[in-house]
Ligand binder design. Structure first.
Ligand code: CAA
Length: 403
């Protein structure tokens, strides 16, 4: 379906595919085992001019859209889901600055992210504040020309590898979500430590860390947008734009697992014929292919809506994330099944897809939270159809005893 993409987007896709095949696939199993960061792939992505493409041109980027970012993530994830998120999380970390940063902050930080010399991560969740992001405990208080941040952040993807962190902390707990503010914190800032690395099920080449802030002083100029209390909306707008990135990671994982299943069943013989020649296998593969294509098109639609500046993109972004990540979990699990006992062993590439897929249903908002976002949007939309769909109680038959 490459031909349906604009030529520039197709070009990003082709370049990302080349990086995936030349640089990601050969190291994916090894980095999964060792947990080492894919620096060689980051280097290749820089050489192929693919890092930070979503950064506006005036700050050194390509001014590419969310769709462009998604096609790159999809191709990388076809070969390794960990590499897909190692790339995509730079969008998650930098969108807060692109969307809400001051001119000075954009000039200072975005060019390095655009060139890939700087990696950036996103610190919103905490031990006791995950789905309920507004209940964050981390605090930031003004002290002369500085803010002093105290608290801990959790599930920081690219933690340690990144040199810049967008961190959310409350500057006024009495105001709830309206008291949250965003800060740009550089690695090495006094009082900022990279904490424990999580021992994760999948995406093992990407470090996921706790971040610890103990009287961490950052200059006032690091307050995103130069204004307190706008952090929560900034985080939500960021997630609206980043969730299609997770969805495209899921599409890539599903596609990659599907391709392995297709190849494997075409080579494996049982009962004197290839496993692929059984109609049961073909039906299973057909269902996988249908679901993947449907997921891909929903992700591309959500991304296009964001790039077109449509309002109310939260619902579409959430839908794309739910549908694509649930698809990835189903498809990768079915692909393991098609490999039989070999699918359960690390000698074969397929079980990694299943492990990598699981996190996509959880991070950047669990799929339950996506359904909350969709449900709230539907509740708002309900009023819009009230005019032509009027449900009156007399349309329903009365039961006995009812007056
Ligand atoms: N865009 C702009 N503003 C928004 C918004 C959006 N999409 N969604 C909400 N807001 C605004 C609201 O308008 C409201 O503003 P006012 O106070 O001015 O009216 C304010 O934010 C609070 O909104 P809600 O009352 O809807 O907030 P809530 O507390 O009910 O939470 C939620 C809503 C959708 C459940 C939200 O908490 C949420 O998305 N939770 C999941 C968080 C998440 O995705 N975390 C993952 C972090 S990243 C990660 O996993 C790690 C990694 O490194 C990959």
């Amino acid at each position: 379906m490459k031909e349906l993409l604009a030529s520039q987007t197709a070009e990003y896709q082709a370049r990302a595919r080349e990086v995936a095949e030349k640089y990601v696939r050969p190291v994916a199993a090894e980095l999964d085992r060792t947990g080492e960061y894919p620096w060689s792939v980051i280097k290749a992505l820089r050489e192929y001019d693919l890092m930070g493409i979503w950064i506006p041109k005036e700050y050194g980027g390509k001014g590419a859209g969310v769709l462009d970012m998604c096609v790159v993530v999809e191709q990388l994830s076809r070969a390794c889901g960990g590499m897909g998120v190692a790339y995509a999380v730079n969008a998650l970390g930098s969108f807060p600055i692109v969307l809400g940063g001051t001119e000075e902050q954009k000039r200072k930080y975005l060019p390095g992210i655009a060139s890939g010399e700087q990696l950036i991560a996103f610190g919103l969740s905490e031990k006791w504040s995950g789905s309920d992001a507004g209940s964050m405990i981390a605090r930031a208080s003004r002290d002369g020309d500085d803010y002093v941040i105290n608290g801990e952040k959790k599930w920081n993807t690219n933690g340690g590898a990144a040199s810049i962190y967008t961190v959310y902390a409350s500057t006024d707990p009495s105001r709830g979500t309206r008291g949250a503010s965003a800060f740009i914190v550089e690695k090495g800032a006094p009082g900022f430590e990279i904490g424990k690395r999580e021992d994760t099920m999948g995406i093992r080449c990407v470090p996921v860390h706790e971040l610890i802030f103990r009287d961490c002083h950052v200059p006032v100029s690091q307050l995103v947008g130069g204004k307190e209390g706008i952090g929560f909306a900034n985080a939500m707008m960021t997630l609206d734009r980043a969730r299609p990135g997770v969805a495209s990671q899921a599409v890539g994982l599903a596609q990659g697992a599907f391709e392995w299943a297709l190849r494997y069943t075409s080579e494996r013989h049982q009962f004197g014929q290839t496993v692929l020649s059984f109609q049961a296998s073909q039906f299973a593969l057909a269902d996988m292919a249908i679901q993947i294509e449907a997921a891909r098109q929903l992700v591309y639609t959500a991304a296009r809506a964001i790039d077109a500046g449509m309002s109310g993109v939260s619902k579409l972004a959430a839908m794309s994330k739910v549908f694509a990540t649930d698809t990835a979990m189903r498809v990768t699990t079915d692909a393991v099944q098609m490999f039989g006992g070999y699918g359960y062993c690390r000698d074969y590439p397929i079980e990694k897809y299943m492990r990598d897929a699981k996190i996509t249903q959880i991070y950047e908002g669990t799929n339950q939270i996506q359904r909350v976002v969709i449900g709230r949007a539907l509740t708002r939309e309900c009023d819009q159809i009230a005019g032509h769909l009027s449900v009156k109680v007399e349309h329903f038959p009365k039961t006995e005893g009812q007056t």
